[in-house]
Ligand binder design. Structure first.
Ligand SMILES: NC(=O)c1ccc[n+]([C@@H]2O[C@H](COP(=O)([O-])OP(=O)(O)OC[C@H]3O[C@@H](n4cnc5c(N)ncnc54)[C@H](O)[C@@H]3O)[C@@H](O)[C@H]2O)c1
Length: 377
């Protein structure tokens, strides 16, 4: 069995989750290097996870080492620049979500992947739980029938203090609010099951948080197969939930979780007369894998060993980012947006807020409010 050497870039909150999951892969991967300009964070991380090689910049890592995978755990505004630097030297990159702040940035990453020969994968760990993998296999199965409608809710709660972190809440550094930064997980899973989307109608607002970005969006998404989904992304919801519901002609399939699910978080309700066929279909296939970064890393290593493309590849990430961009574009223009409509001439191609959000700038930040450290995304 090959053991993969991984370098983590950015040693903040999410990097600890990556390091813990790498440690649980039982020899399939080793954390060999870490990068962070913040010396205190870097040293603390290195001590906690026994990382042998430390760097204060990505450039110094790239000049000195050749790990099998460079794992970008930096704030969103750095993803495109750092991914391009790695890909143009032929490295394989795993990048935390969102992969980029805009379609323009993602297309630059695509060009660097094409010309440099490296591979780019986006973290979207909820694609990889066993129940989601079973559902994707069943999505075209006659026993479930065609998809009719779906619900995709990311109803989370982030207090004002959460936005004290310098990169949160601005179009420039974070790129967007819950539509880009939080709901991306559920929307990506929705698309991985239902396939290409066709048209979006949406609203977005900044109702309560001290942000330039939205704190709420609601969208109606029509898919190429005719299914229609309601998609809500909120940071204002005290009872938090991540909820996905798929109504096929002969079965409702639902998952309720927050930051990750196991098989028992899923429910299947057959339509009358379809009980045996639906239960047989749902019972078959992979079981026992919780969703998470470890599940995605395993899928990435399996793909590399099979000579395939590490998931989630650029075309899949682009479809999700294009849907997100369309939600902003529809909300800010008041018009429906079709897939493929947002090209380089659109202001939404370069920024999620296009030529500006339709609400006023936020109140200035208070310098002494602490960042909340106990939330995952
Ligand atoms: N997949 C998930 O479930 C999940 C959960 C949380 C966060 N995230 C994503 O992970 C990313 C990081 O989030 P976080 O909460 O860990 O942020 P964070 O602010 O806690 O950590 C970011 C780290 O990057 C470092 N950094 C800044 N500039 C750097 C540079 N030029 N080179 C190297 N390191 C640099 C910072 O010093 C900091 O240690 C974001 O894109 C976020 O959306 C994903």
């Amino acid at each position: 069995m090959t053991s993969y050497d991984i370098a983590i870039v950015g040693t903040g909150g999410v990097a600890g989750i990556h390091a813990a999951q790498i440690g649980q892969l039982r020899g399939r991967a080793r954390l060999v290097a870490a990068v962070d300009p913040d010396r205190g964070r870097l040293l603390g991380f290195a001590e906690r996870w026994a990382v042998p090689r430390l760097y204060h910049s990505l450039d110094s890592l790239l000049a000195d080492a050749r790990p099998d995978l460079i794992d970008l755990c930096t704030p969103p505004g750095l993803h495109a620049e750092q991914a391009v630097a790695c890909l143009s030297r032929g490295h394989t990159v795993l990048c935390e979500k969102p992969p980029a702040r805009s379609l323009a940035e993602l297309d630059l990453i695509g060009e660097a992947e094409f010309s440099g020969g490296g591979r780019f994968a986006t973290v979207s760990q909820h694609r990889f739980g066993s129940a989601a993998r079973r559902l994707r296999r069943l999505a075209g199965d006659a026993r479930l029938g065609p998809p009719m409608t779906a619900v995709c809710h990311t109803l989370w709660y982030r207090p004002d203090e959460y936005f004290a972190a310098p990169w949160r809440g601005s179009w420039e550094a974070e790129g967007g609010g819950p539509t880009l930064g939080h709901g991306i997980h559920q929307m990506d899973l929705l698309l991985s099951v239902l396939g290409p989307w066709r048209e979006v109608v949406a609203v977005a607002d900044r109702r309560a948080r001290p942000t330039a970005t939205e704190d709420l969006s609601c969208a109606l998404v029509t898919f190429a197969n005719g299914a229609v989904a309601t998609v809500v992304n909120s940071l204002l919801s005290p009872r938090e939930t991540s909820y996905l519901r798929f109504d096929f002609a002969y079965a409702t399939v639902e998952v309720t979780h927050l930051y990750g699910y196991g098989d028992s978080d899923w429910d299947v309700t057959p339509a009358p007369g379809h009980e045996d066929a639906v239960r047989a279909a749902w019972g078959h296939g992979p079981h026992g894998q919780v969703s998470g970064h470890g599940a995605q890393l395993t899928a990435i290593f399996d793909a590399i060993e099979a000579g395939g493309t590490p998931p989630v590849s650029l075309p899949d990430a682009r479809s999700t980012l294009e849907l997100i961009t369309a939600i902003y574009a529809s909300a800010f223009t008041g018009q429906p947006v079709k897939r493929g409509e947002i090209g380089p001439d659109s202001p939404f191609y370069r920024r999620m807020d296009g030529s500006g959000a339709p609400w006023s700038a936020p109140a200035p930040r208070t310098a002494d409010s602490p960042a909340s450290a106990d939330v995952l995304s």
